[in-house]
Design a protein around this ligand. Structure first.
Ligand SMILES: C[S@@+](CC[C@H](N)C(=O)[O-])C[C@H]1O[C@@H](n2cnc3c(N)ncnc32)[C@H](O)[C@@H]1O
Ligand code: SF4
Length: 384
């Protein structure tokens, strides 16, 4: 079958190792287990092979690969090569496949970056987070602002021409001018992509405990909103298209992997806690690294659960993800997918958000600035 007739597929490999656990992070990642990495690589390869054998993938072409975590830059080039070779054995690979690897500043030396680039990794995502030493320390990051720049420059030198920097704002005690100065400095580096996340308090994290015990106070919502909107305006003025609620890119450099997640392209994910979506089914793996390794070495399934999405779930997912995109919800696409018009299904609720929070432009429902601040609430309300 000609690859142009095939449908896109994304692959995600979750590497759950970190040198230290950041106080805000609830992604599945654990410190002090680096000795387990060689065994883990064999296990994730076994999972990948088993899954690919069990599915009919002949109607799909590989569009994107994302090696995320955790800290995938803790893998050796040889380990990344083994992973990618396993993928290349099963899928036709070309330069047009987007291959992202997450690298922590200060933890990805230049020879490693060169080797990753040489292996075909063509997009690097760096967790810069902040350029204020005191704020980095507060969130227990182990890199300095200077190391963030060093790693960025080393990535450029290694040949990466598609680099993302992750930034976090609304960190307790951070001022708006500090945040905008961080942003201006990162813009001077000229990355192709910037993700800017408002710090969220996730259950089970150290930050959650500190906030609960009142040893730390989060910024008031109004400050968070001001930082968000001013940051968004600055990025747009500097030529970074705000293509999603927290994501900005130079034209042509939007993250295809994440866009695939947000536009319901199927993806297969591997590793502990990984979630997959394929043929209207969703499944997820066990979360614990030891449970994952134990199951794979004993040829037991690593899947912890699965569900076939109902129509309501599909509609809900569609609204939650599309509304966050600046392109918004296409009325025509919605009707083609769900065989009902958007207004027939959500009209009553939509009316209360129209104009102030949602506008219809070129047949697409899009969030206004006021709407961006309430995106999840609006999506949930539209589903009622
Ligand atoms: C899973 S992390 C992996 C990246 C890499 N390990 C790192 O931290 O440098 C992806 C990004 O999510 C963001 N993030 C994680 N937890 C967050 C939280 N509670 N609030 C805001 N952003 C968060 C951070 O910007 C982080 O870089
Ligand atoms: S934010 Fe990144 S480095 Fe920090 S614990 Fe989470 S995955 Fe690890």
């Amino acid at each position: 079958m000609n690859s142009t007739k095939k449908r896109p597929l994304s692959l995600y490999f979750h590497i759950p190792f970190c040198k230290v656990k950041c106080v805000y992070c609830d992604f599945y990642s654990i410190p002090k287990r680096e000795a387990t990495i060689p065994g883990f690589v064999s296990a994730i390869l076994a999972e990948f092979d088993q899954k690919c054998e069990s599915l009919d993938l002949s109607n799909h072409f590989l569009d994107t690969i994302f090696i995320g975590g955790g800290t995938p830059s803790l893998l050796s080039p040889g380990q990344v090569e083994t992973l990618l070779n396993a993928v290349y054995k099963r899928f036709a690979i070309s330069d047009s496949v987007e291959i992202t690897l997450e690298a922590n500043p200060g933890e990805a030396p230049s020879d490693k970056l060169k080797a990753f680039r040489h292996l075909g990794v063509n997009r690097l995502s760096m967790g810069v987070q902040s350029l204020q030493s005191n704020l980095l320390k507060f969130v227990s990051r182990i890199h300095s602002p200077h190391q963030a720049l060093e790693t960025f420059l080393a990535a450029r030198k290694a040949g990466f021409d598609n680099i993302n920097t992750d930034l976090i704002f609304a960190i307790p005690a951070q001022s708006k001018s500090q945040w905008l100065e961080d942003l201006r400095e990162v813009i001077r580096w000229q990355p192709e992509h910037i993700s800017a996340y408002s710090l969220t308090v996730e259950e089970g994290t150290a930050l959650h405990r500190w906030v609960a015990h009142r040893t730390v106070e989060m910024l008031p919502e109004i400050d968070d909103a001001g930082m968000y909107l001013d940051g968004r305006a600055l990025l747009a003025a500097e030529g970074y298209e705000p293509y999603e609620i927290s994501n900005y890119s130079r034209p042509g450099f939007a993250c295809r992997h994440n866009l695939n997640y947000w536009t319901q392209v199927p993806y297969l994910s591997f590793g502990p806690s990984a979630h997959s979506y394929f043929q209207n089914q969703r499944w997820w793996n066990v979360r614990s690294l030891d449970g994952y390794l134990h199951r794979l070495t004993n040829t037991l399934p690593v899947q912890a659960g699965s569900e076939v999405l109902t129509k309501d779930q599909r509609v809900s997912e569609y609204i939650f993800t599309r509304l966050r995109l600046s392109n918004g919800i296409s009325r025509r696409d919605y009707q083609a997918r769900f065989e009902v018009t958007f207004e027939e299904r959500h009209g009553k609720r939509l009316a209360k958000w129209l104009q102030k929070h949602i506008v219809c432009v070129d047949d697409h429902y899009r969030l206004t600035n006021a709407g961006l601040l309430l995106a999840d609430d609006i999506a949930a309300d539209l589903m009622v």
